[in-house]
Design a protein around this ligand. Sequence first.
Ligand code: ZN
Length: 144
Amino acid sequence: MDLDALYQDIILDHYKHPRNYGPIASEEVLMDEENPLCGDHIRLTAAVKDGVVQSVRFDGKGCAISMASSSMMTESVIDKPIEEARGVIRSFLASMRGDHPMDPEQAGDLIALEGVKKYPLRIKCATLGWHAIETALQKIAPHQ
Ligand code: ZN
């Protein structure tokens, strides 16, 4: 099995069928984030109950990488205790910066995005939704 082809399939699947995608009423929007370099634009809302991320939804338009990565982000943080969700977000952003490789055991579909690091201009596409959820969680539950 060609890994690149497999990863491309995962990205296209999330792009064509984004998980937890909209609709979002304008008063629900917690974060509105753009990547002018590519024209990606997403809006995001989230809910935390009893310290657990209950829901995350996003809408907007963008390239396959930005949409697929945002879709994977929702699956990576929903149902996680907020501190664990923050850890997943930090770890993903650090691996996109090149600080450490992803752990294939833990990354799940996210591993498909690891190749994006080879294209510095696309890293902003891959991290857009993750910066949005990081800030949204900070608004809902300020970190000490
Ligand atoms: Zn993009």
